[in-house]
Design a protein around this ligand. Structure first.
Ligand code: C2E
Ligand code: CA
Ligand code: CA
Length: 299
């Protein structure tokens, strides 16, 4: 009797969420998903309350293949808990957003990124760190103040940080996004448009935001070959970026063939498993110390 009551409440809540005068047909898969998500959100809360235990940040190199130098490191959040082990960011980031927890966690990520940038400065003073910022942080928190105060606390040059933004949330919240991006620029913080080309409004967003980098989504890189439409799209994006004086980074480069293709198209700054997987700051430090990774200046 009890379980039926729980299922009925679940369906009733679903119906309420989809509006008035409607109904919901109970689906066990939806219910399982809901249960898993609720459990993950509980673990995320617990983790934050225990000094972010279970969270970790990894760094993936972005490489200038002509100069054979690492110019940036992208900061990528990781999370694990006892019940589910490692959980993909594709699953837990939306839950952090939905619960608002992305706001404290996002600040923590920024601080870890700045700390890594400082600890790796000994290899190259011009190394940049990229940090992904969610639209929830832009809309619901004083993210610019947070960024500026963390940078002040550690006394790092403003142009060491690149903020990566995706299109999600841009359309509905046009003004706040444009304001935030303009303020970044006023404060000499760099802006990269992430997953470029995947949304509906890429060109609009390019026109309205003062970006300095474009990151071509890995969906376009994956099927690169002479005949594919993706090659035409990538070469158009590279040409567009050059005209607008933007740096272009290709994401998700996994094979030598993709690398050759991209460099022939004039895209020399690459990120992907071929160039290096995301690893801890300590691993990057060890690779640099052994001379197996060459961080370089970025003009
Ligand atoms: P993203 O910003 O597009 O990050 C690049 C993703 O591609 C990362 O996935 C990275 O591990 C993966 N990747 C890199 N090279 C390759 C490759 O050669 N092949 C393939 N198949 N994948 C590659 P990850 O770490 O799972 O992150 C997924 C997404 O989660 C990120 O996509 C980003 O949107 C979000 N994310 C990660 N960390 C944060 C964070 O701290 N804050 C926010 N707001 N979002 C984050
Ligand atoms: Ca990114
Ligand atoms: Ca991306």
């Amino acid at each position: 009797k009890n379980i039926i009551c729980i299922f009925a409440t679940f369906s009733l809540n679903n119906a309420k969420e989809s509006g008035k005068n409607t109904y919901d047909i109970f689906d066990n898969c939806d219910y399982q998903k809901f249960q898993r998500e609720s459990a993950i959100i509980r673990y995320l809360h617990q983790s934050i309350d225990h000094d972010y235990e279970g969270f970790d940040v990894y760094f993936q190199p972005i490489v200038d293949v002509n100069k054979k130098e690492v110019t940036h490191l992208e900061t990528l959040l990781r999370f694990k808990c006892d019940e589910f082990g490692r959980i993909s960011p594709m699953e837990f980031i939306p839950l952090l957003e939905k619960s608002g927890l992305i706001i404290p966690v996002g600040k923590w990520v920024l601080e870890k990124a700045i700390q890594a940038c400082l600890s790796l400065k000994k290899y190259q003073s011009q190394l940049k760190v990229n940090v992904n910022i969610s639209y929830v942080q832009v809309l619901k928190s004083a993210i610019l103040n947070d960024i500026l105060s963390i940078m002040k606390k550690y006394n790092v040059d403003r142009n060491r940080l690149v903020i990566e933004l995706t299109e999600s949330g841009f359309i509905e919240s046009d003004r706040s996004f444009v304001n935030f991006c303009n303020q970044l620029k006023e404060n000499s913080i760099l802006l990269a448009l992430d997953d470029f080309g995947t949304g509906y409004s890429s060109l609009l967003y390019l026109k309205r935001l003062p970006a300095c980098e474009l990151k071509i989504d890995r969906a376009f890189v994956q099927e690169l070959s002479g005949e594919s439409d993706d090659a035409t799209i990538v070469s158009a994006i590279v040409a567009l970026a050059k005209t607008l004086n933007l740096k272009v980074v290709a994401e998700g480069v996994e094979t030598e063939a993709q690398q050759t293709f991209l460099t022939e198209l004039g895209c020399n700054t690459l990120q992907g498993y071929l160039l290096g997987k995301p690893v801890s700051a300590e691993t990057i430090d060890a690779l640099c110390a052994q001379g197996e990774m060459v961080p370089g200046a970025d003009s």
